[in-house]
Design a protein around this ligand. Structure first.
Ligand SMILES: Nc1ncnc2c1ncn2[C@@H]1O[C@H](COP(=O)(O)OP(=O)(O)OP(=O)(O)O)[C@@H](O)[C@H]1O
Length: 229
């Protein structure tokens, strides 16, 4: 079943600015895709509609069979459990250990301590952070900090991971490393959507690319098309 569908979605901010206009696409399970476009094209807005940080003005966003227009109140938090979010600046709690930062989403949903420990250690191992669980974020390199941000987004086993400029603060080598990590996630069935203005990096990944231009989806490039370039 389709993980996500945008049906003629438009978003106009209260000031009158149209950030998205009639956007239409679908994401399948285990698919990885990029959203690219100039600054202000609407990439962040598109991702915000998925985790309900913003609401569309017109059209519908469907997450599986769930129409997000109808998700209100307590159900917003429940929806967010199924969407992992990675930010450019990772937004880690600087006074809490790596382990605690990753455990937080599970604590908030009332999971038992034993289960939390198991899940956090498993995701730490998977992301190559096994040795760092007691460290504070400030004691980590930029690449490690971003991997902790990704671990925190993955620990709840979301169906979809959305990342807004996740390599914006990293050098080219680390960016490639983090992108390779994202590319490994769909193998486990998690779909991944990454907003990035770094077209060269996006093209190298050979994945589907949605191109936004002033809020309009102007291209939907398949990996095969990219391979031909
Ligand atoms: N809360 C808001 N209120 C009013 N206008 C907004 C708001 N958030 C974004 N916008 C406007 O909507 C447009 C799209 O913004 P958005 O952040 O989605 O673009 P973006 O492609 O992610 O840009 P960037 O790459 O610079 O982050 C921009 O013109 C922006 O100024």
């Amino acid at each position: 079943m389709t993980v996500l569908r945008f049906d003629n979605v438009s978003k106009q901010y209260p000031g009158g600015h149209v950030a998205l206009s009639d956007v239409q696409f679908a994401v399948e399970p285990g698919e990885m895709l990029f959203i690219t476009g100039h600054s202000g094209a609407g990439k962040s807005t598109l991702l915000k509609l998925i985790h309900l940080a913003e609401r569309p003005t017109r059209g519908a966003v469907l997450f599986g069979e769930r129409n997000l227009l109808k998700v209100r109140g307590r159900r917003i938090a429940m929806h967010r459990r199924e969407v992992g979010v990675v930010y450019q600046d990772h937004r880690l709690l600087t006074d809490r250990s790596v382990f605690d930062n990753i455990a937080l989403p599970l604590i908030l949903r009332g999971m038992k301590r034993g289960e939390i420990g198991k899940r956090v250690r498993s995701v730490l191992e998977r992301l190559g952070l096994g040795e760092r669980e007691r460290a504070l974020p400030t004691q980590l390199s930029a690449g490690e900090q971003q991997r902790v941000g990704i671990a925190r987004a993955l620990v709840g086993e979301p169906r979809l991971l959305v990342a807004d400029e996740p390599t914006g603060n990293l050098d080219p080598t680390l960016s490639a490393e983090i992108m390779a990590l994202f590319a490994s996630l769909p193998e486990r069935g998690t779909s991944v959507m990454i907003a990035s203005h770094d077209l060269a990096l996006v093209k190298r990944m050979r994945k589907r690319v949605l191109v936004l231009d002033h809020g309009t989806l102007v291209d939907d490039i398949s990996p095969e098309d990219l391979a031909d370039e």
